[in-house]
Design a protein around this ligand. Structure first.
Ligand code: SF4
Ligand code: SF4
Length: 319
């Protein structure tokens, strides 16, 4: 299928430093990649799980496509740019091998920008030449990409671990995944259907039911699983009892409660005041811990995130 994506959107994404790969994938430098290389400040996933920020590729195989239009999402949505494209009209998919090659090349290109950076750490720069991890999460819903299991497999073949983040609206795809990621995240950003409709603005009628089906599937995964909740002040931080029931259904390895960040195109939909302080996130996480029996394992105040688990300590993927 020809690319029917409006040129305005492509231009906007390029302006926001998305490196477009093939017909529907992209890599973008994560803020923490920069912070790790230049200021020795890695992301919270390095702190929690040992994933090294300076060796991480942030990518998506579904740049233009999603089953939701979450208010807090940093990606460009139809109304943001006053253009329309059908986010559910899926293209002919590029092959996993070409996406992996293209992503590695894009990361290499991003890295060349740091060669002459006076403050870049040279040891880390050398290490960054060999990425070790992929966050399949940048934007869009990755489970819409049909050969997702093969993509994970290709990355693994190249020695990269993968953290996959899904909104959980494609349970059939998840249940048939030919290869599991290293860690699987499901976003749960509402305690009930009413809040879900208001905050996550699903584009398919049974999205809430599908999310619940996905939660029921989580226990069948061998990899560690995470329920991630993006918290928006005044929108989805109440009804902790109902969140606890969703956790009970999924029994994830972890829960990450994280503040909404006022960045990207979300600025056009939500005000700055919607961003909760770390202490509000911590309070929400503590109440959830009390209801679920999960323990507070760790936190990162600068990322406004709190990690809960039934484990005594998180599983680390690198020393
Ligand atoms: S794991 Fe996520 S936050 Fe950390 S460097 Fe990779 S993309 Fe950025
Ligand atoms: S599901 Fe993810 S990519 Fe889709 S709109 Fe929500 S936050 Fe954005």
């Amino acid at each position: 299928m020809e690319n029917q994506i409006p040129p305005t959107l492509v231009q906007a994404l390029k302006k926001h430093k998305y490196h477009i790969v093939g017909n529907h994938s992209a890599v973008k430098r994560c803020k923490w990649f920069y912070e790790a290389l230049v200021n020795n400040r890695p992301c919270y996933k390095q702190k929690f799980y040992g994933i090294r920020s300076h060796q991480c590729i942030q990518m998506t195989p579904a740049l233009f496509y999603c089953t939701q239009q979450c208010l807090f999402c940093w990606r460009a949505q139809n109304t943001d740019l006053k253009i329309t494209w059908d986010e559910m009209k899926l293209p002919a998919w590029d092959a996993p091998e070409s996406i992996v090659q293209g992503s590695l090349k894009a990361q290499e290109k991003i890295l060349t920008g740091y060669k002459d950076h006076p403050k870049a750490d040279w040891r880390k720069l050398r290490e960054a030449l060999t990425p070790k991890h992929v966050a399949i999460s940048l934007t869009g819903e990755p489970t819409l990409y049909d050969p997702l299991g093969d993509l994970i497999h290709e990355f693994r073949n190249k020695g990269l671990t993968t953290f996959l983040v899904t909104n959980g609206t494609m349970p059939a795809r998840l249940s048939k995944l030919s290869e599991e990621p290293t860690q699987l995240y499901v976003s749960v950003c509402a305690p009930n259907k009413e809040v879900f409709s208001r905050v996550c603005r699903p584009q398919i009628s049974d999205a809430w039911e599908r999310l619940n089906e996905t939660l029921g599937l989580l226990r069948s995964f061998r990899c560690p699983t995470v329920i991630r909740t993006t918290l928006v002040r005044g929108l989805n931080m109440e009804n902790v009892d109902e969140y606890a029931k969703l956790v009970e259904k999924a029994q994830p390895t972890y829960i990450e409660a994280k503040a909404y960040m006022h960045i990207g195109f979300s600025n056009l939909r939500l005000g700055f005041e919607r961003m909760p302080e770390h202490k509000e996130v911590y309070d929400f996480a503590s109440r959830l811990a009390e209801k679920t029996g999960y323990k507070v394992l760790d936190e990162s105040a600068e990322s406004r995130v709190v990690l809960l688990s039934r484990l005594e300590k998180p599983i680390r993927f690198r020393p």
